[in-house]
Design a protein around this ligand. Structure first.
Ligand code: IPM
Ligand code: MN
Length: 329
């Protein structure tokens, strides 16, 4: 039997609470993992100023995957851990696809969002001139490379081809972003030619927000840029059962290093330590990890258990126990 070495970053707030339930589900599924714990996040930073040592990043390259809870607390400068830990992980490990599934059959929702994960406005291009003066100037660019866009678009078409509907929608804002929009649209159209069986569509991101609420059944696979994908997937969480159910996989599909799996939600300091956080998003993220590692049966049994338990149980540990029991049973 395979055993996998997984880096575990519980992080802050509800992070460690939900990660514990994810690990419980993995254990119940019978897949063997060796946990390599990392003490990183707000707690560590406040203690000794460490965000992410280069040596740790190097160590991660030999792991099979990373499993993350959430990082950040109100005491930490906003952006510091996001950029120094989360985005650095995404960029340096080349986790170029952020895959975020939404599943709510009662609302006809079965959507996979393929969010570009290493470019766009997230690269931090731009700057401020004449700061603090009346003539202050701020620019914030969006970086889109043909290679970066094309590999995501191709991932989306490959994913769609394995699904029943085989339908891919490009979401962008080509009307007001003619440069990046043009690159995305051309990459999408050219890749689409290689997938003659796939149906395609295009929606502006603002229209997609309405459709997510009013007619989500129109979507199968969506491919979109980093920032649009960030916003759209919070909305996806909200319409498909709440953010407590939204899982994500930060993938390096080329498998040149470990991929990273984390719930879409944050550390929720307001409810930390109260045992009331829904661990389902973290558990479903663990299922995505097993799927990507080549354990589809275990992944399927964890996901089915999550859907079976649904909202019938409350409390972090009680939900985790119910899901683990359903997996084992
Ligand atoms: C997410 C989060 C991150 C993002 C933040 C914490 C940097 O909102 O994973 O969706 O914007 O990507
Ligand atoms: Mn987000």
């Amino acid at each position: 039997m395979n055993s996998y070495r997984i880096g575990i970053l519980g992080g802050d707030g509800i992070g460690p609470e939900v990660v514990a339930e994810g690990l419980k589900a993995v254990e119940a599924s019978g897949v063997e993992i060796e946990q390599v714990p990392y003490d990183l996040g707000a707690g560590r930073w406040l203690r000794d100023g460490t965000v992410l040592p280069d040596s740790v990043l190097e160590e991660w390259r030999s792991l099979d995957a990373l499993y993350v809870g959430a990082v950040g607390t109100p005491e930490v400068t906003p952006g510091l851990l996001e950029r120094g830990l989360l985005l650095r992980m995404r960029f340096e490990l080349d986790l170029f696809v952020n895959l975020r599934p939404f599943h709510a059959p009662e609302r006809s929702i079965d959507i996979q969002v393929v969010r570009e994960n290493t470019e766009g406005p997230y690269v931090g291009e731009g700057g401020i001139l004449r700061k603090g003066t009346p003539h202050e100037v701020a620019t914030q660019g969006s970086v889109n490379t043909r290679m970066g866009v094309e590999r995501c678009v191709r991932f989306a078409f490959d994913l769609a081809a394995r699904r029943e509907r085989n339908h891919v929608t490009l979401v962008h804002k080509t009307n007001i972003m003619p440069f990046s929009g043009d690159l995305w649209q051309r990459a999408f159209d050219e890749v689409a030619v290689e997938y003659p069986q796939s149906e395609t569509a295009y929606n502006h991101v603002d229209a997609a927000c309405i459709y997510f609420v009013n007619s989500p059944e129109r979507y199968d696979v969506i491919v979109t840029d980093n920032l649009f994908g960030d916003i759209l997937t919070d909305l996806g969480g909200a319409v498909a059962g709440g953010i407590g159910k939204a899982a994500s996989a930060n993938l390096n599909p080329a498998r040149t290093g470990p991929s990273m799996f984390e719930p879409v939600h944050g550390s929720a300091p307001d409810i930390a330590g109260r045992g009331i956080a829904d661990p389902t998003a973290a558990i479903l993220s663990a299922a995505m990890m097993l799927e990507f590692l080549g354990e589809p049966d275990a992944a399927g049994s964890i996901a089915s258990a999550c859907y079976a338990v649904g909202d019938r149980v409350s409390g972090t540990v009680a939900i985790g126990d119910a899901i683990a029991e359903s997996i084992a049973g």
